[in-house]
Design a protein around this ligand. Structure first.
Ligand SMILES: Nc1ncnc2c1ncn2[C@@H]1O[C@H](COP(=O)(O)OP(=O)(O)O)[C@@H](O)[C@H]1O
Ligand SMILES: O=P(O)(O)O[C@H]1O[C@H](CO)[C@@H](O[C@H]2O[C@H](CO)[C@@H](O)[C@H](O)[C@H]2O)[C@H](O)[C@H]1O
Length: 453
């Protein structure tokens, strides 16, 4: 493996010639968070040569700050794996970024290398050997082996990050928008692994970088759950057949409670008292006000929805407290995998990526995750025609009772908190759908009507 070229060696000219190509390519990527605003430039944070460009394939790892108008601060930092070839084989055509027309590599083709097995295997080899390349640190759980010869296969599903599967044995998630600090996508699964929880694939290896003395998590390798289907696919499949999903929902409730119980043991818990609950209700009220501005269809329901937050506030004033702990933070059916043997596991502990990292790592009530799952059953039931509200009610009840069997506490015993979190999530979903999938807007809006009544 070649040496790093930080601070840049051949890289400045490479970056100069990449600049116009990336400006056009980056905003088209699903994981690019700054959509809707032009990219006006880049600042390299670290450029690391993984394979020299003199062979058939050159490979660069890039951390780039992206400048956009109206972005406060220094601009988001993105992680890219750039391949350089004389010509791109037809199978890699979708990965094309463009052709370099200047600099030392003029005439070569650059492309998104994560979708090419050979470069993806370079990353796995670095993790296997715990390599240090430039500022990149590849680390591995000493108890877990990575065998050689695993063939890489990219996952092409549209996601917030990018993933590669190796020989159906491991899956590597390469984080795209990277932020300094402890990343819950590594922190939480590691904590659960220490607790011996079988509900979350234990991280095998990970990549980090230290930039300006701040730590960044760049990628996480986990065992691949073979033959798995996610909860959303399964729920829709059962709905299409007119089949009940309550038994699976109960199992999911049990799995969620097991994860919560292990997290409460592994990481600090705090008490949510008057001030914290007031702040929670206040935050929900503010998000509702912003959502009404963004999606006027919410306006007629705002008064009714606000009542859920007032009720929470009233409990806070009355001295009610709850325990808060680390939770999943963005739980829905799509974050649950059922293995071929029927075992459920939870994935993607990143939290809501739009929120600041510090906020995502705060202890919160586990009821928030439960509300996310309850919304998801409702989503499934209202995304089919005709809607199946009874199906959703059955799943919701089964999920709560499965949760209670393990946690010793039924989430339905906290109706005010549950309703407040569900309302907050439905409001978020209205904004999310208006922005990303307008055809889906009726799904959360139907819940808004019920919650506001
Ligand atoms: N351990 C795993 N085993 C099998 N498939 C997985 C595993 N982890 C993730 N996946 C698959 O990869 C997809 C993306 O993973 P996820 O962590 O949700 O990434 P993102 O942050 O990009 O949404 C999931 O929807 C799932 O299909
Ligand atoms: O990309 P993420 O998984 O972090 O989550 C975002 O996208 C989700 C949709 O893919 C969205 O979830 C909503 O739709 C799901 C069905 O597609 C449904 O199961 C969820 O309950 C519903 O919230 C999620 O809100 C958004 O953050």
């Amino acid at each position: 493996m070649a040496e790093t070229v930080t601070p840049f060696g051949t890289a400045p000219s490479l970056l100069d010639s990449l600049d116009p190509l990336l400006r056009a390519w980056l905003p088209r990527q699903r994981w690019f968070a700054g959509k809707g605003r032009p990219v006006t430039g880049f600042t390299p944070v670290a450029v690391t040569e993984l394979l020299p460009p003199d062979g058939r394939l050159g490979l660069y790892h890039l951390l780039l700050r992206v400048h956009q108008p109206i972005t406060p601060g220094p601009g988001d930092c993105y992680q890219l794996l750039i391949g350089v070839r004389e010509a791109l084989p037809p199978r890699l055509a979708p990965a094309l970024i463009g052709h370099l027309d200047q600099g030392p590599l003029a005439g070569r083709t650059v492309y998104e290398a994560l979708y090419d097995p050979r470069p993806a295997e370079v990353l796995l080899e670095a993790l296997r050997t715990q390599a240090r390349i430039g500022g990149l640190r590849f680390e591995r759980d000493a108890r877990q082996e990575i065998r050689t010869g695993l063939v890489a296969r990219p996952l092409t599903a549209e996601q917030s990050n990018s993933s590669v599967v190796y020989g159906d044995t491991f899956i590597l998630k390469l984080l795209r928008r990277v932020v300094p600090g402890v990343n819950p996508d590594l922190e939480i699964p590691l904590a659960l692994a220490r607790e011996g929880s079988p509900r979350v694939p234990a991280p095998t290896a990970w990549a980090r970088a230290e930039i300006d003395r701040e730590p960044y998590v760049l990628a996480v390798l986990q065992p691949f759950v073979r033959g798995a289907a996610d909860g959303w696919e399964l729920a829709l499949r059962e709905l299409a057949k007119g089949e009940d999903f309550a038994a699976e929902a109960r199992e999911l409730g049990r799995a969620t409670a097991e994860v919560h119980t292990a997290l409460a043991r592994a990481l600090p818990t705090v008490t949510l008292g008057h001030a914290q609950l007031e702040a929670l209700a206040g935050g929900m009220t503010e998000r509702l006000a912003a959502a009404v501005q963004a999606v006027p269809a919410l306006r007629p329901y705002a008064g009714g929805l606000r009542q859920a937050y007032r009720d929470l506030d009233r409990l806070a004033v009355g001295g009610r407290t709850w325990t808060a702990q680390r939770i999943h933070g963005d739980l829905h059916l799509g974050q649950c995998l059922r293995s071929a043997s029927g075992q459920w596991s939870l994935i993607d502990f990143e939290g809501e990526p739009v929120r600041p990292l510090a906020e995502r790592r705060l202890p919160q009530s586990p009821v928030r995750d439960i509300a996310g799952m309850l919304r998801s059953f409702d989503y499934a039931a209202h995304s089919v025609a005709p809607p199946a509200p009874q199906w959703a009610s059955g799943c919701r009840a089964a999920y709560c009772s499965g949760y209670a069997q393990v946690a010793g506490r039924d989430p339905r015993a906290d109706p005010v908190l549950l309703r407040a979190y569900e309302t907050d999530k439905a409001v978020y979903e209205v904004v999310y759908e208006a922005r990303h999938r307008p055809d889906w807007l009726p799904v959360p809006l139907s819940a808004i009507r019920r919650l506001a009544a």
